[in-house]
Design a binder for this molecule. Structure first.
Ligand code: BTN
Length: 249
């Protein structure tokens, strides 16, 4: 188990509106790849699909600036590999067994412990940078979150029955992320997709995915090399690139 500080440049803040927002500002001002922005609390944490992300003290809220030279359509794989990295870190540090809900929620005992928000900046056909934001419900009681979230959310503190240190968790997640990111930009995506499939709670289940345009319902059969979910519906196979996934059975 490595506790060494990663090579990444880590910028720490007490309070930010959103680490994704700060990381994006830095990236637009030329911040190099690999910089990590961490905040003790976020006052306007952002979730996927325009939702709010509650970010009390004790959580691990951070974003990474990446500049992969890949077609924008490949970018969803970054979210998948981040989910895998978090799952590996939680297993390595605390022996917690996570499962992944497409596209990149990390669940433990069926409840969400981590969410990932990937935001792309595209110039023409070219990806300028990607901000990968990670929110881990780490060392705080569930009571700090709104009660409507309690049934489907958990925290590491609740699971272990004790508080945890955030720094070793940050370093471990960044290390696991770095390893897989280098594989990905080196063209080795297959192993990452295999890891995701092995941890998946979504594949093989009946799902409904709410995209911005429509709801797609059917059997989640696989993911493809771009990270899209392949769903067998009554009308035939459908490939979904982004959306909100609900497990129906
Ligand atoms: C989700 O909806 O599941 C994604 C949640 C992502 C939250 C993290 S916390 C750090 C980073 N900054 C944000 O504003 N959002 C992400």
């Amino acid at each position: 188990m490595s506790r060494a500080e990663p090579r990444a440049r880590i910028l720490r803040f007490d309070s930010l509106e959103s680490t994704n927002k700060k990381a994006r500002e830095l990236a637009e001002a030329g911040e190099p790849e690999g910089t990590v922005v961490v905040a003790r609390i976020q006052t306007g944490g952002r979730g996927r699909m325009g939702r709010r992300w509650f970010s009390p003290p004790g959580g691990l809220w951070f974003s990474v600036v990446l500049r992969p030279q890949i077609p924008p359509a490949q970018a969803p794989v970054l979210g998948l590999l981040t989910g895998v990295a978090v799952a590996r870190a939680l297993k390595g540090l605390y022996r917690l067994e996570s499962r992944l809900k497409w596209p990149n929620d990390v669940l433990i005992q069926g409840k969400k412990v981590c969410g990932v928000l990937t935001e792309l900046s595209v110039r023409g056909e070219i990806l300028d940078h990607v901000i990968v934001g990670v929110g881990i419900n780490a060392s705080f009681p569930l009571a700090l979150l709104p009660s409507e979230l309690w049934a489907r959310t958990t925290t590491i503190q609740e699971l272990l029955g004790r508080t945890i240190e955030l720094e070793p968790l940050l370093y471990r997640v960044v290390e696991e992320l770095d390893k897989r990111y280098l594989e990905f930009v080196g063209g080795k995506t297959r192993g990452i997709l295999e890891e995701w499939r092995a941890l998946s709670e979504t594949l093989g289940r009946k799902v409904r995915v709410d995209t911005l345009e429509e709801a797609v319902e059917g059997l989640a059969e696989d993911i493809d090399a771009s990270g899209a979910l392949l769903i067998k519906t009554a009308k035939g196979p459908v490939r979904v690139m982004a959306g909100d996934c609900v497990h129906l059975e």
